[in-house]
Design a protein around this ligand. Structure first.
Ligand SMILES: *Cc1c(COP(=O)(O)O)cnc(C)c1O
Length: 360
């Protein structure tokens, strides 16, 4: 029986990536030792690190105006790093609230800087929606504008990018980085915890416009300091070397698949199969407006919620893992990142059909 893992994060990795890592585990690059056992300052690791950055730059079309950092502390580490690095004395940070993760980012930022929160949720009759980006009431002055293009828990994704005449745009792309085409130049800071679309947890990828490295910010730990990390090639202290290596294996896999455009087609196709089925069914519902439905995280509810436990038990028996919704929103959630094959979606829909038939 095939097993498909729908976990929101840490999420499944492509089997080809796991096999490659397994093959190289005890003997990396013919050195007779694992990548985990070598100095990050010695040539083999430094070369891998450089190639990894170059690969990410190609995949996302990142220009020299940006530094690419491989940092510790995952997504939440960046919830603190962003305000610490970008704080200005004379302007508040603006946090756009579209759901649970953007709310969490704002709460953390308040410890380090003045925060203005703007709620742009536009929920009607139990249906989740978001105001179009052009209608967001952004203030004239801000140290930066933070938003979350994909709300992993709420299943809400924003496909338009906000703009501002002066304030940098900061995006938490933890759960959608590399899943579809974006224009990096529309952003000033992009960050992502690795464990959804990139690799092991703990690593954070940060893409930051170099001009922002000059901001003084507030006193902060060296490991969360963008300027220090940029100057030191992300090796101010020992970086998470295994996670960095595995990210490189994932980036190679992405290149072999045809890069981000191929992922975008793959992800749109997968999401369409699942949403179309849910919409056509009177057994399941999705509560998100069609124009802001996530391609990565598909929450759905059984109309009869007393069947939830049975649905979870039987789906697990069928090899469909981790479909339980986040405890804050309930119901079910299928996280279908880059690594999830179409066959996994087909298996899920087949199971959902059968379950609906047997319980109607
Ligand atoms: C998972 C996630 C995070 C948190 O990542 P950690 O590495 O657990 O800190 C932050 N933002 C978004 C959008 C996420 O999906």
């Amino acid at each position: 029986m095939s097993v498909y893992n729908f976990c929101a994060g840490p999420a499944m990795l492509p089997p080809a990536v796991m096999e490659k890592a397994q093959q190289e585990f005890l003997d990396w690059q013919g050195l007779g030792v694992s990548v985990m056992e070598v100095s990050h300052r010695a040539e083999p690791f430094l070369t891998m690190a450089q190639e990894c950055e170059a690969r990410l730059r190609r995949l996302m079309n990142i220009s020299d105006e940006f530094a690419v950092l491989f940092m510790h502390g995952g997504g939440r580490g960046q919830f603190a790093a962003v305000p610490m690095n970008l704080h200005l004395d004379d302007a508040p940070a603006v946090y756009i609230n579209t759901g649970i993760w953007s709310d969490g980012a704002a709460k953390e930022a308040k410890k380090y800087t003045d925060v203005v929160e703007i709620n742009v949720r536009d929920d009607k009759d139990g249906q989740f929606g978001v105001l179009p980006v052009s209608q967001w009431p952004l203030p004239e002055k801000a140290s930066y504008i933070h938003y979350c293009p994909n709300e992993t828990i709420d299943g809400v994704e924003l496909f338009d990018v906000p703009t501002h005449p002066t304030a940098p745009i900061v995006a938490d792309m933890s759960s959608m980085i590399l899943s579809r085409d974006i224009d990096v130049n529309q952003f000033d800071v992009i960050y992502a915890g690795a464990q959804k679309n990139i690799g092991p947890s703990g690593l954070a990828i940060v893409i930051v416009r170099k001009t922002l490295l000059e901001r003084e910010g507030v006193p902060r730990p060296g490991i969360l300091d963008y300027a220090i990390e940029a100057e030191q090639g992300s090796m101010y202290n020992t970086p998470p070397t295994f996670a960095w290596y595995l990210a490189d294996v994932v980036f190679k896999w992405l290149e072999e698949q045809g890069g981000v455009p191929a992922m975008q087609r793959h992800n749109k196709n997968k999401a369409a199969i699942l949403y179309d089925y849910i919409d056509a069914s009177d057994f399941y519902i999705n509560k998100v407006d069609k124009d802001c439905r996530s391609l990565m995280n598909v929450p759905f509810w059984l109309n009869d919620e007393s069947l939830n436990e049975r649905f979870l038990a039987l789906s697990q028996q069928a090899g469909l893992l981790a479909l339980e919704g986040h405890r804050f929103v309930g119901g079910m959630r299928a996280s279908i990142y880059n690594a999830m094959p179409v066959a996994g979606i087909e298996a899920l829909v087949t199971f959902m059909e059968q379950f609906a038939q047997e319980h109607s």
